[in-house]
Design a protein around this ligand. Structure first.
Ligand code: PMV
Length: 338
């Protein structure tokens, strides 16, 4: 082996039950469940050359340009978790990454980028060890989690559960497990129209946000509710109760942002247009009986979730009523990855 080249694509995901608050080495304080998306993804390629030493080096390029911020993040990840990456010794790595979603959308999906990186690293491990078996996705999820918690969920299609919960025997805080086998067909058709309210970098990062849950006066209640919502959602995912899905999804999104509003110091990531869109979605649902609902990440953009059967109606609603509240009329039309 003189020079090898590997590549991987990995998607973003959107949590319905949210992970917010962690301990130890990226362990979640409550379980979370997400849809795996398909159109928002990261493509990563790693070229590795032997350097004749027992050390490794790496250079990271994002869309063709050096990216010191990501370079530092990846270097730290590899050093902190070096017990899993012994196979990199003696290699010079050139990592190149690009995203499918536009720069101007303000979406920075560490879930997609970190899971794509891990999948590439695991491919290198296979080549170095001359191991022809396929990648162990549980290991991929485990290593992705160590890079960015929510990335643990991106390696499985359709839906994933990360975090131990009583009704799923193989669930774990260490890695995510696929939910595809239990998910009612209706949820496999879900769309996620991402309404881009702002493309600015977040004023408070997720890393800081998680840490503000330590000592938060409402933290224990939040974790209890999230654990209950995980079990409720698992039932809903089996029985296809779309109305109950809406109740859980919207409550979770609201609670996530309430945690931010009541932390010390308090902060808000929603913008006036986020609230405007949420209100319009609720009215649209009431009047049209279309089961569309919203969820939010740690940011101002609104994720509008709905089954494929209502695609036409929802697209028209977005065009006529919501795009005006989006930055540059931007909406990213994503769907669940099969
Ligand atoms: O994976 P992190 O550390 O970027 O945290 C993600 C947190 C949320 O996106 C707000 C919720 C989630 O479960 O994805």
């Amino acid at each position: 082996m003189n020079e090898i080249s590997v590549s991987a694509q990995s998607p973003s995901n959107i949590a319905i039950v949210k992970y917010w608050g962690k301990h130890g080495n990226q362990l979640p304080n409550n379980p979370s469940i997400s849809f795996t998306l398909s159109r928002c993804h990261t493509d990563t390629q790693i070229k590795a050359k032997q350097n004749g030493t027992d050390k490794y080096s790496m250079r990271f390029l994002f869309e063709g340009k050096d990216s010191p911020k990501f370079q530092e993040k990846i270097e730290k990840y590899l050093v902190d978790n070096q017990q899993y990456f012994g196979f990199l010794k003696g290699l010079d790595l050139e990592i190149e990454s690009s995203n499918s979603f536009p720069h101007s959308s303000g979406i920075a999906s560490s879930a997609a980028s970190m899971s794509a990186l891990v999948l590439c690293l695991l491919k290198i491990e296979k080549i170095v060890n001359q191991d022809v078996t396929s990648i162990d996705m549980r290991k991929a999820s485990f290593l992705s989690r160590l890079a960015s918690g929510s990335a643990a969920r991106s390696v499985f299609p359709i839906m994933s559960l990360w975090g131990a919960t009583p009704s799923v025997t193989d669930s774990s805080d260490d890695y995510a497990v696929p939910l595809a086998d239990i998910v009612n067909p209706v949820f496999k058709t879900y769309h996620d129209s991402i309404l881009i309210v702002s493309n600015k970098e977040k004023s408070v990062s997720s890393r800081v946000g998680h840490s503000l849950m330590n000592g938060h006066p409402l933290a224990e209640q939040r974790y209890k509710t999230a654990r209950e919502n995980t079990e409720r959602l698992l039932k809903v995912l089996k029985n296809g109760d779309v109305d109950e899905f809406i109740t859980i999804a919207e409550a979770e999104a609201s609670q996530l942002h309430e945690m931010m509003a009541t932390s010390t110091p308090p902060y808000k990531l929603m913008e006036p247009n986020t609230l405007k869109i949420i209100e319009l979605v609720k009215v649209f649902r009431q009047e049209s009986k279309v089961p569309a609902c919203f969820t939010l990440d740690a940011g101002p953009n609104v994720h509008l979730l709905y089954p494929d059967a209502f695609d036409k109606q929802v697209k028209q609603f977005i065009k006529e009523n919501l795009l005006q509240y989006c930055r540059d009329n931007q909406c990213i039309d994503d769907i669940v990855q099969q």
